[in-house]
Design a protein around this ligand. Structure first.
Ligand code: HSE
Length: 407
């Protein structure tokens, strides 16, 4: 019998406990032994829960119990989750987590601690919810060289952008719906301002390269400024606005970004709607490989946690690549301002003819946008380094209502 403890009996932790109980037979078959939740650590009591007799409030009982082989950390946040994780790993107990913030922030120390004590530290549920993504990258795709990863990694913002497009919903109303459905983070600004997707890109990048970049290395832009006019403009350009995370190899280094982009209608990511996530992994031999599925929600995420529990207890995870992470060497992360791209721009507050004249003087030969609303000027810039585009934009007369990068 393998005994495990669950720390944090919230949405995901509760899902994990019920999945382990309900699917005991197939988990036993996969692990080669029975798996049972012995403790549930939480500050609260759960008098109505069928698992109330397993709820404890003293974390020390977990560390001191030699029967506990694995700890599931679904409490979220950095403190005290980091301390709890270190306590478990230092005693050789495996740790499985859905805690993106902790993995992205402390991943180097935690993967090293796990390695030093022969334990596994696994976090499949931290990226892409129920989509098997990190494990395929660290097993099935290791015979290939992954050149880039590009995807929609935040279900809440994708839900909001879809509702804005399909129902003309205002940003705030669509967010309230996503919160009601349980997709949003406790502090939804983590979703809206791109921090959740930023953390996921940091973890994905580390899964691909073994290097954990810092949050400051990821160019990150909020979705909060997007309006229904932007969504409409993207549709008139034949695409859709999506919050896109991107990691690309650039020579000996990489670039990493998270920002809203207009995705052309011919790209599969433009058709990823609602709470779904989609991730396109491009590699040298296989070309594009797409992953698609539910990126948030109780049971998709809990299912990913349970798959890690099985991988750790069966020993299967020993064969995964990039289990131990390092910090980026100097110059490894290329500045976003140097990367070339195009931008959709909307200007108000001056006459369209004056704005068009300034746009071509500053940017050169801009492409037109069909169906521009009365009194506005819209254009798509030619390709140029991002920093150059931003400098020129700052010199545009009138009011820059919108500037969205193209994929
Ligand atoms: N708030 C996250 C999202 C939850 O919307 O994607 C899943 O990580």
């Amino acid at each position: 019998m393998k005994q495990i403890a669950v720390i944090g009996f919230g949405v995901v932790g509760g899902g994990v406990v019920s999945l382990v109980e309900e699917n005991a037979a197939y988990i036993r078959a996969a692990v080669g032994d029975d798996v049972r939740v012995k403790y549930i650590l939480d500050l609260r009591d759960f008098p109505d829960s069928p698992y109330r007799d397993r709820v404890i409030h003293d974390a020390g009982r977990i560390w001191d119990d030699p029967e506990i082989a694995l700890v599931v950390e679904t409490m979220g946040g950095v403190r005290p989750a980091a301390q709890f994780t270190l306590e478990a790993l230092s005693r050789g107990k495996h740790v499985v987590t859905s805690n993106k913030e902790l993995v992205a922030r402390e991943g180097i120390a935690l993967t090293r601690e796990a390695d030093a004590h022969g334990a596994a530290y696994l976090y499949e549920a931290a990226v892409g919810g129920g989509i098997p993504l990190l494990r395929p990258i660290r097993t099935a795709l290791t015979g290939d060289r992954i050149e880039s990863v590009c995807g929609i990694l935040n279900g809440t913002t994708n839900y909001i952008l879809t509702r804005m497009r399909d129902c003309g919903a205002a940003f705030g109303d669509a967010l309230a719906e996503a919160q009601k459905l349980g997709y949003a983070e406790r502090d939804p600004s983590a979703d809206i301002d791109g921090l959740d997707a930023q953390r996921k890109m940091m973890i994905l990048t580390a899964a691909v390269t073994g290097v954990l970049v810092g949050a400051e290395d990821v160019f990150t832009e909020t979705t909060a400024r997007l309006t229904v006019l932007d969504i409409d403009a993207a549709q008139r350009l034949g695409g859709a606005v999506r919050l896109i995370g991107m990691m690309r190899r650039e020579g000996d280094g990489i670039s990493v970004s998270v920002c809203p982009r207009i995705v052309p209608g011919t790209h599969p990511l433009s058709h990823v709607d609602d709470v779904y996530n989609g991730i396109c992994v491009s590699s040298r031999l296989s070309g594009d490989v797409m992953f698609y599925g539910r990126g948030a929600g109780r049971f998709p995420t809990a299912g990913a946690v349970v798959s890690d529990v099985i991988a750790a207890l069966s020993g299967a995870c020993r064969y995964e690549a990039n289990r131990v992470w390092s910090a980026p060497p100097a110059g490894f992360v290329r500045p976003f301002s140097e990367l070339t791209g195009r931008m959709y721009v909307r200007i108000g507050g001056i006459s369209p003819s004056q704005a068009a004249e300034s746009a071509s003087a500053l940017f050169g030969d801009c492409a037109e946008v069909p169906g521009t609303p009365e009194g506005k000027t819209e254009f798509v810039t030619p390709a140029a380094p991002d920093g150059v585009l931003r400098q020129r934009l700052a010199r545009m007369p009138g009011v820059t209502e919108s500037a969205i990068r193209l994929l």
